[in-house]
Write a new protein. Structure first.
Length: 306
């Protein structure tokens, strides 16, 4: 099974790198400068358990030739259009695209580009970032990849990919309710992003602030209401896991959206918070905290472009 990973950033680099480390046939589609770095220094993954340097194969847009069995797509939502164009030459009749983007709206774009039958459901749970030398730094223990057919059930292509992923040192889950899982993650992530961006602080600091816990609980309550209106109420286990993270008084967790703001970078605010607010408006769900968080991040984006 030939796997193409778009980019070698924090998410794609981690999961693709671990697959390559486990012996899978993995190629990274990267820019020439990144290809030079990877050829010289390898793909470096730093975790609390230690550091691994992995030799990886790369191609650039100019050298990409032929289709792949699987394309692992992880990019920022605002780069999706260019990402679709980049991977298009690698998508053949039997190719499946596995998106690992945050949120949900990317499925509409990918279905239009490649056909819904070629787009699997995919999501990941990981907290990782790129270090100053291009190394991938995983911050917390969780590292889980979830895949499945979006309409439910199991299929040979999902089972084959899951079998390969099982060789790598991360948790692989095959879900026959993938979109339910995607909604559960979307609900949690929007609440986390809204809270940490509004407060410019990690969960532990927010919990320590007067009224902080109420903000965290309120935001998650709003996202749960939107998910429920959309036909995907978060399950009991998902709610318990989310609240355990969102109310941990010692938690250093922040959304990657806040890290982007602190670095002066573009955010996925519209794709995450904006889409959640839009879905709330369509469903008639009152989400004042989410609307405030969305306005807050969009004001940052406007100022950043000035």
């Amino acid at each position: 099974m030939r796997i193409l990973v778009l980019g070698a950033g924090a998410t794609g680099g981690y999961f693709g790198g671990r697959l390559a480390q486990a012996g899978a046939d993995v190629t990274f589609l990267v820019r020439p400068k990144r290809a030079e770095t990877l050829a010289r220094a390898g793909l470096v993954i730093k975790t609390p358990e230690g550091t691994d340097t992995i030799a990886v194969r790369t191609v650039t847009a100019e050298t990409l030739d032929g289709s792949y069995d699987v394309v692992l797509l992880s990019c920022k939502a605002y780069d999706l259009e260019s990402a679709v164009a980049a991977i298009a030459p690698a998508v053949g009749e039997g190719t499946v695209v596995v998106p690992l983007l945050n949120g949900l709206s990317h499925y509409t774009v990918l279905d239009a580009a490649f056909g819904a039958e070629r787009v699997l459901g995919g999501l990941c749970h990981i907290s990782a970032s790129l270090g100053p030398e291009g190394e991938i730094v995983r911050h917390i223990p969780i590292r889980r990849l979830t895949i499945g057919e979006r309409l439910g059930g199991h299929s040979p292509r999902v089972e084959a990919l899951a079998g390969l992923c099982a060789l790598a040192p991360f948790q692989t889950v095959v879900s026959d309710a993938l979109m339910q899982a995607a909604w559960e993650k979307f609900s949690f992530l929007a609440a986390l992003a809204g809270a940490t961006c509004l407060m410019r602080a990690n969960v532990g600091a927010i919990m320590a602030a007067p009224g902080g816990e109420a903000v965290l609980r309120g935001l998650y309550g709003e996202t749960r209401a939107v998910a429920t209106a959309g036909g995907h109420p978060p399950g009991v286990t998902a709610q318990e896991e989310a609240m355990a993270i969102l109310t941990d008084p010692a938690s250093p967790v922040v959304a990657s959206m806040l890290r982007d703001i602190e670095a002066g970078h573009r955010t996925e605010g519209e794709h995450i918070l904006g889409d959640m607010v839009h879905r709330a408006q369509v469903a008639g769900v009152h989400v004042p905290l989410l609307a405030l968080a969305h306005c807050h991040v969009q004001a940052y984006e406007i100022r950043r472009r000035m």
